[in-house]
Design a protein around this ligand. Sequence first.
Ligand code: HEM
Length: 531
Amino acid sequence: MGTILAALANQFQALLARARDGDTDAIGWLALGVAALVWLMTRAAQALATLLSPAKPAEGLELAYPPLYTEGFPVVGNVAAFARNPLQLAKRAYAQLGDVFTLRVGPKRFTFLVGPRAHEVFFRANDDELDQGPVYGFSVPVFGRGVVYDAPLAIRLEQFRFVSTALRAARLREYVPLMVAEAETYFKRHWHGTDGTADLLKSLSELIILTASRCLMGREVREQLFEEVSTLYHQLDQGMQPLSVFAPHFPCKAHWQRDRARREMRRLFASIIANRRKRYQEIAAQAESVGQDPQQALEAAKEVDVLQVFMDSQYRDGSRLTDDQITGLLIAVLFAGQHTSTITGTWTGLLMLRKPELVTRVRAEQEQVLYDDDGCFKIDYDALLRLDVMHRCIKEALRMYPPLIFLMREVVIPRTYRDYVIPKGDIVVVSPPLAMSLPEVFADPDRYDPDRYAPPREEDKRVPFSHIGFGGGRHACMGEQFAYLQIKTIWSVILRDYDLEPVGPLPLPDYSAMVVGPKPPCLVRWRRRTP
Ligand code: HEM
């Protein structure tokens, strides 16, 4: 530390000397240094003020604040433990303090609500009481200005309405054939020959981005621009690091690349949208010229994808999404579904393949549901909905290893729970992996047991907000059905064409990632089945 300070002091003196000689670069660096110092001191003063403020409600209030949990040294203890493994820290706090407690991490107060009863406070609140905007604000440079968490609440809710329209059952029915085509093509191309070894996480990640680009971003992206868009997606993804949560505009390469990629995405989609609109106009004009109904011709020619839904969406005041907002919403939907579905699909395989009797049952169900009387294999929307055993296998993988480990909101209007009041400004947190491993909610929680959801046990239905892998309440996942359809399609194709066995021990979850998945490698050995 002393050496670093001495080096900084030397640098400072050298800069000062250069500045005195009129070196404009040096003057610039000094100005930047002074600004950074002022900023740091202000933040430190704020942090200190928060830490020193008493954890007590205002005079006259009957209720107390939730108990505080602290580990190690008073100020830095929680910070270090939180950085190492935030979920383990929360688990230790829960073991000591029960279903409501507060963790101070630096200047922030995180109040955890654990278990179905406590979850009610979180999931039943409206957006004026608990706000997502401030806690998910780090996504703004990726999604863009004026969309989702950067939009005023009323606009944000309208935008969520557009997303929900794009993911309605009638739409999903049309996406399923696209999912099937992508899965069949992918495995034919990448798992070819008689046998081999593959990393499930890598394979599913590649396949799911192909499917997402087809169903969400459209035919043009999938057929002509896939490489370009997946590179841009990767750069946006790399721009969402743990550092970005605390300092989304910190000057570093990952953030510069992210900003460039976001601009490039906008340019690319503006051009796709303009081309579509021009083509539709030509089709309508041509229909009119031969006496046909132009509107009908137009509707028939429209693409089937989420991009098209966004292009057609209208706010209540009659205005439409701008090209930049369409781009932002597409990126947001892609981010919501890509890692989460890849991870859940991978865990499903990793866990299911370790239980051969389960694979036998999933295959038996598949033979019953997906083969017609002539022995032809056909996956469609209705058939996928009838794959109950497979559904439970996915649901159970999600219970044990949910990719989103903390769901958060900022308290706008103080909330009460039991004898406590959670004050304005606190971040309330619900933790799916913590809550879904409670033995009083899910019996023998460390056991992979998909039958726990089948009658008569139905452990997830005894009380609301037990299984929260897809969240709950007004902000429950809008892509739940899409995710199930996609994962079921992938595993139906794999199990039809290959016999598999896992390689090595079950991977551990990687808690250093923003979206928590299995630590690679996630290897399986596959052997092509004879038809
Ligand atoms: C297995 C895969 C998935 C998991 C585990 C998952 C999980 C979640 C969770 C826990 C939330 C709630 C977040 C919160 O309360 O703060 C959520 C919200 C959301 N998810 Fe998913 N998700 C998955 C797939 C998808 C897919 C495929 C899409 C879109 C195609 C999607 C779109 C959304 C959207 C738009 C929201 C925001 C809803 C709102 O705030 O009103 N998700 N997801």
